[in-house]
Design a protein around this ligand. Structure first.
Ligand SMILES: [Zn+2]
Length: 203
């Protein structure tokens, strides 16, 4: 890549990042404008890098506070630096929240809507494609397991999976004497981001 190409790609990555935050915080029929918590954003950025959406971002293990633990997490320093610049430029804003354990967490949202409007359509489509379930076209939600491992889940796939399990149970009960075979087939869009977390450090 030439210097020119790198700076263009970097520009595009900045737009991808802003649009990602916008997608997860914008007002819709179902919710009012919200904030994207830092922990969820880190998981989404990591996913975007692994998926090849962000071309100029990389990640490396960084010792951070993750929920109420301190551990190594794969964090993109490029993305973190860009977030700082975007705050300075008043394109996004950051909110500091204190938790019940007297720790602080950050949350983000986009303030400059003109910037969002000017992001090229192809960039917007690319970001939506990466973070939306290919079957239902809805945004993945970031959930955390009991081990605080993030997962990206399509809420509609989850609902169908539950229905399918109930349906299978019912069928199984009815067909118990005829068929003794348990077969559960369902398609579910569930993405584990176990690579985001490195080893856990007890402190
Ligand atoms: Zn789905």
């Amino acid at each position: 890549m030439s210097k020119q190409e790198i700076s263009t790609e970097k520009e595009k990555d900045i737009q991808r990042l802003v649009y990602l935050i916008f997608l997860y915080t914008k007002k819709s029929n179902f919710r009012k404008e919200g904030w994207l918590k830092d922990q969820a954003l880190k998981a989404l950025i990591y996913f975007g890098i692994v998926k090849g959406l962000f071309r100029t971002f990389d990640y490396a293990p960084l010792f951070v506070t993750w929920s109420d633990q301190t551990r190594f997490v794969n964090v993109s320093m490029e993305a973190e630096a860009i977030l700082e610049k975007l705050i300075e430029a008043k394109i996004i804003e950051r909110l500091r929240l204190s938790t019940e354990h007297y720790r602080y967490i950050f949350a983000y949202r986009v303030t400059n809507k003109t910037y969002v409007r000017e992001i090229p359509m192809e960039i917007k489509r690319e970001v939506e494609k990466a973070y939306k379930c290919p079957v239902h076209g809805v945004l993945y939600e970031v959930h955390f397991t009991e081990h605080i491992e993030p997962q990206l889940i399509c809420p509609k796939c989850e609902r169908e999976k539950e229905k399918e399990i109930i349906h299978n149970k019912m069928t199984k009960i009815r067909a118990r004497n005829i068929l003794d075979v348990e077969q559960i087939n369902f398609i579910s869009e569930l993405i584990l981001l176990s690579g985001l977390l490195k080893e856990k450090i007890e402190v």
